[in-house]
Ligand binder design. Structure first.
Ligand code: 1GP
Length: 236
């Protein structure tokens, strides 16, 4: 049964997703890393990056899938990263940008892979907001992050009105400044679909702040890449 979105939608459900970038991850470290993920409060593993070598996504999922029961969700930077081995895919449209390739181009190219796929496909409005650092998402997509609160809120709402099932508020990988509580709160008040928040979240306190402001899912990548001892703060 396709249940990943259903779980995220349940109001009491708070998810913590560990993001693994196939291009940065050392497969030799897979067993040790996933053991830490399993012992932590993480509920999902997200897989993706801005630029990833062909086959790196498949290789990573093959390595980690036997090691965990957590759902594996693709968070792809482009069509190359679509892998049938995952459980679900965030089918992203970069609605904060005005680059047609990332609004609809990559999505059209993905259809030949998705048409007969068993992946749970979750339409997601991807909203890049200012994180005080030029991120690879900005560079690769050649788009600018949003700064004005009303524009961020209206963009998230437009995603919902277009039929998206999730909104992903993204400060960008390694952001110096995570998405502010004020922004999370304002977006959450406006939309009736679950909200994912990521980018620059590096502490238990920052996770709690994002949840309290209204995030249903918090995504963390860089903090785990840089220091696996962060998992020790997040034991079940
Ligand atoms: C990036 O939101 C994710 O797309 C996670 O960001 O790597 O800064 O945790 P970090």
């Amino acid at each position: 049964m396709k249940s990943i979105l259903k779980h995220i939608k349940s109001p009491e459900f708070r998810s913590l997703a560990v993001l693994i970038d196939p291009d940065k991850f050392d497969l030799k470290n897979a067993s040790q890393f996933i053991d830490k993920v399993n012992k932590s409060i993480a509920t999902h593993i997200f897989i993706g990056g801005s630029i990833v070598d062909a086959f790196a996504t498949d290789a990573l999922i093959s390595a980690i899938k036997p090691l965990t029961k957590l759902p594996i969700v693709l968070f792809p930077g482009d069509v190359i990263q679509v892998s049938e081995q995952a459980d679900a895919i965030l089918f992203l449209s970069l609605v904060s940008g005005r680059n047609p390739e990332y609004l609809i181009g990559q999505q059209v190219k993905a259809v030949s892979k998705l048409r007969n796929s068993d992946l749970e496909i979750i339409p997601t409005g991807y909203v890049l907001v200012e994180g005080k650092k030029e991120t690879s998402t900005q560079k690769v997509t050649n788009t600018k992050p949003l700064i004005k609160l009303q524009e961020i809120v209206d963009t998230a709402k437009a995603s919902e009105l277009l039929g998206m099932q999730l909104v992903y508020l993204e400060a960008g990988s390694g952001a110096k400044q995570a998405v502010a509580s004020e922004i999370i709160n304002a977006v959450k008040k406006e939309i009736n679909i679950p909200l994912i928040v990521g980018g620059g979240i590096r502490s238990k306190l920052a996770i709690e702040k994002a949840f309290s402001a209204g995030a249903n899912v918090v995504v963390i990548g860089t903090a785990f890449e840089e220091d696996e001892s962060f998992f020790d703060d997040l034991l079940k």
